[in-house]
Design a protein around this ligand. Structure first.
Ligand code: 13P
Length: 284
């Protein structure tokens, strides 16, 4: 069916009182596995590119990634969204839109509130002209390695969320309620009461970042209290890495170049097993 707007997918999730899952991907093995399982379980999904995987690690390029996801989406019947994850660089975001991204995140969470509002609004004004959706971040979802999720000073305040959404016109907002990016040192505890308050204060779909390692019962509760997009990166990348490692170990000492070509199949199957399980969390 081709790419679907992320705002439309989030609306579907909201109507079903659940969340769609958004996976960070770097290449065909990952994106193919996500789209294939989404089609199998008949659920919408979002594929995200983290900018560093383009400009720093050169894992992919913007247009190539966008075209790859478009092509995969054209072969299935379920809605597939394409999203540029965390960027605070206006020019980079504009370039991503030019190269085919239909949803972008402007991350101004490190900035003073007024500056976050001003720049989020600026991105919205241009993006909406091109029919592209915008996610912003309010409060700050930091890093699990720094125990940022334990710092309530960084959490999103409901009344500020209302003001932020009204002034910027963003399509969705990432909230800080006790999650963080990367590997948690302790089991995180989401502030679900705060989430409910934020959800009451604004109509906009809410996004939960730092999805790797949050217990399922907390996720399920968060999905019924306003989270309509749930981002997963670290655990998906870790599984990819582990699968390559396992494959290499199983073939240690062999010198057959065909093993390289057959590796994709092995990795994709491992990723798809994980995705089948993960996608059960989403009820749309
Ligand atoms: P994790 O890498 O912690 O799963 O977080 C992913 C994320 O929030 C991407 O925006």
């Amino acid at each position: 069916m081709g790419l679907e707007r992320v705002s439309k997918i989030l609306k579907m999730a909201d109507e079903a009182n659940t969340s769609v899952i958004a996976f960070n991907c770097i290449n065909y093995d990952m994106a193919y596995s996500v789209v294939t399982v989404a089609e199998e379980v008949k659920k919408p999904v979002v594929i995200m590119l983290y900018p560093e995987h383009n400009y720093r690690f050169n894992n992919t390029d913007l247009r190539g990634f966008a075209e790859m996801v478009k092509s995969l989406a054209s072969k299935v019947t379920v809605p597939i969204g394409l999203h540029l994850d965390h960027s605070s660089d206006f020019d980079y975001i504009m370039n991503a839109i030019k190269e085919g991204f239909t949803s972008v995140m402007f991350d101004g969470s490190m900035l003073p509130l007024e500056e976050n509002i001003r720049l989020s609004k600026k991105v919205v004004e241009v993006a909406h002209t091109f029919g592209v959706d915008v996610e912003a971040e309010l409060g700050r979802v930091g890093f699990a390695a720094d125990s940022d999720e334990e710092n309530p000073d960084m959490y999103t305040k409901p009344e500020v969320a209302a003001e932020f959404c009204r002034k910027t016109g963003v399509d969705s907002v990432a909230v800080a309620i006790g999650s963080a990016h990367g590997v948690y040192l302790e089991v995180p505890k989401l502030d679900l009461e705060r989430l409910e308050e934020i959800n009451k204060a604004t109509e906009k779909p809410l996004v939960l970042h730092g999805g790797s390692g949050i217990p399922n019962d907390q996720l399920e509760a968060a999905f019924t209290k306003g989270i309509n997009k749930f981002n997963v990166g670290t655990e998906f990348f870790q599984l990819y890495y582990d699968s390559v490692f396992e494959y290499m170990k199983a073939h240690e000492g062999e010198k057959n170049v065909n093993l390289l070509f057959e590796m994709s199949n092995y990795v994709q199957n491992r990723l798809m097993d994980y995705l089948r399980e993960k996608m059960k969390l989403s009820k749309c």
